[in-house]
Structures are given as C-alpha cells and as structure tokens.
Design a protein around this ligand. Structure first.
Ligand SMILES: NC(=O)c1ccc[n+]([C@@H]2O[C@H](COP(=O)([O-])OP(=O)(O)OC[C@H]3O[C@@H](n4cnc5c(N)ncnc54)[C@H](OP(=O)(O)O)[C@@H]3O)[C@@H](O)[C@H]2O)c1
Length: 264
C-alpha cells in the first residue's frame, strides 16, 4: 500500500453532479479529501456539492465547484487553476465526466465522434498536461480515468463511445508508462454497464427505436455484463477509492470480472 500522504489529498472529480462521479465524490469526502467538483450544470453541481459537504464534514472534507464544459480545450487547465486557488495543486484527478451517444453507424456523425473524443480523451489529456508538472515536483500523484469495458471490447450501436473509450484506455496506458518513473500512478477503471442516468437514457433511446420496452433494454444491458447484473455507482466508487488509496501496480483495472482484476 502507498504511504498515507501527510496532508489531505487535493482531488478533482469531473462529472461529479450525479451518477458514478457523485458516488466517487461522496467516497473521497468521507476520507477528508479537498475536492473540486466539476460538471456543466452549475445548479445541479451546487446541490451535489452541498450533499457531499454535509456527508464529508465529520472527516474534515472541503468542497468547491467549478462549472465548465470539458469539451472546451481550455477547460481542464481552468479547473486545475481553480483547484489550486482553493486548496493547492491537485494530487488526484478523476476523469469521470462522460456522455454515451448511441446510434447505428449510418447515423454516427463526425461531430458525434469529435465531441465524444473531446470529452473522454481530450479532457483527460488536458488534466494530465495541467497537473503533471506539480505532481512531478511533489514526487506523487494519481490520474484515474473512468473508462469502461467499452474501452476493451466492442459493443453495437456505440461506435463513437466505444472508439473514445478505447482512446481513453490507450491514453492511460501511455501515461502510465511515461509517468510511473515519476511516481505518478495512472489507472483506467473499466466497469461494465452501471445503473446511472447514462444507462437509463440508453435504455430509453433503445425503447424509442421500437421493439423493446426501456425495462427490457435495461435488463439486456445488465445481462451483457460478465457478472450478470448492473454495477452500482457505489461499487465503482469503492474500486476508485481502492486504487487511489492503495496505488497497486497496474494500469487497466476491469471491474466486470469476478473477482475484479488488472488486465495489464
Ligand atoms: N453508466 C455506465 O453504464 C457506465 C459504464 C462504464 C463507464 N461509464 C463511464 O462513467 C462515467 C460517468 O458515467 P455516469 O454513468 O455516472 O454518467 P451520468 O450519470 O450521466 O453523469 C455524467 C456526468 O458527467 C457530466 N458531464 C457530461 N458531459 C460533460 C461535459 N461536456 N463537461 C463537463 N461535465 C460533463 C454530467 O454533468 P452535466 O451534464 O451537468 O455536465 C454528469 O455530472 C462516464 O465517463 C461513463 O462513460 C459509465
């Protein structure tokens, strides 16, 4: 296990207003992290931040928010500057913000591909560029990409998302190889389908195309997980906490296995 840092971790969690990111924010707040929560919708982010702050108060957590669209190239550096003003240089970044466009290939446009890559690959690259100098100077740091089994294998009707998640996993592998000598740990955490707004939205989109109800589509997605059921956001958050606290050797950690394991 990595030595416990003498000062609290300064952690950015993107996509922290709901779903997996919100569960991760709660989990790190319970450990007393200084947290900058990032998403686009400032009102929803504020509501999330108040709940996280209340839950983390006993542990001494401190919570700030930064509302920004991470598809903008300048956004990661701006978020890192905000975290640094509030707490000091970030020691952990959880690149979790994501959308999952789903459609057949004939309707998958270059704009969808560009947007999805900007969020799932461009933003993590931007956070790494902005954070790594201070992490190198400190001799420690952690970059955690919330990837997916869609970054390891192909799923139908998700060409842009599957390609972007493969890009996110590839970026993590490259950063891991480059930054491990500098004692910066880089992980790609890969769950299968998780019960969240993205999944419920995908089930609704499938139902709208006809043939299945949203509940049937949801059940079919759950059945595609090797573990035979949906992951919960809390289960993904527990894996994120384990990686960030224990810093095991490895890079790509697949949650949709029994037991979960590094695949490389
Ligand atoms: N759900 C699954 O089955 C599943 C499985 C494997 C991996 N994942 C990955 O886990 C991550 C979180 O997914 P989730 O299921 O928790 O999704 P979710 O419930 O839809 O939450 C997505 C979060 O990302 C934020 N976000 C979306 N677009 C953004 C943008 N352009 N800039 C900044 N923030 C943005 C959202 O807030 P705003 O809309 O306010 O911006 C929200 O906080 C994603 O990267 C996803 O690919 C999900």
């Amino acid at each position: 296990m990595a030595p416990t840092p003498s000062s609290p971790e300064i952690t950015i969690v993107t996509g922290a207003s709901r779903g997996i990111g919100l569960a991760i924010a709660h989990a790190f707040a319970a450990l007393g992290h200084r947290l900058l929560l990032v998403a686009r919708d400032g009102d929803r982010l504020g509501t999330a931040a108040r709940a996280v702050a209340a839950a983390g108060a006993a542990a001494g957590a401190a919570i700030e928010t930064f509302a920004v669209d991470l598809r903008d190239d300048a956004a990661p550096a701006a978020a890192v500057a905000a975290a640094t003003r509030c707490f000091g240089a970030p020691t952990v970044v959880v690149d979790n913000a994501g959308t999952a466009p789903s459609d057949k290939i004939e309707r998958t446009t270059p704009a969808m591909l560009h947007d999805t890559f900007a969020l799932h690959v461009g933003a993590p690259l931007g956070f790494a560029r902005a954070c790594v100098p201070a992490m190198k100077a400190a001799g420690r740091g952690c970059l955690l990409h919330l990837a997916s089994t869609a970054g390891l294998r192909g799923y139908p009707f998700t060409a842009a998302y599957t390609a972007a998640k493969h890009g996110m996993v590839g970026l993590a592998r490259a950063l891991h190889a480059e930054l491990r000598p500098a004692r910066i740990d880089v992980y790609a955490l890969c769950p299968g389908f998780v019960d969240s707004d993205i999944t419920r939205g995908a089930a609704a989109a499938i139902a709208a195309r006809g043939g299945l109800t949203a509940d049937e589509a949801f059940a079919r997605m759950a059945a595609q997980n090797r573990i035979g059921r949906m992951h919960t956001p809390a289960e993904v958050a527990a894996a994120a906490v384990r990686l960030v606290r224990e810093r095991p050797v490895g890079c790509v950690f697949e949650l949709d296995r029994d037991p979960p394991a590094f695949v490389d």
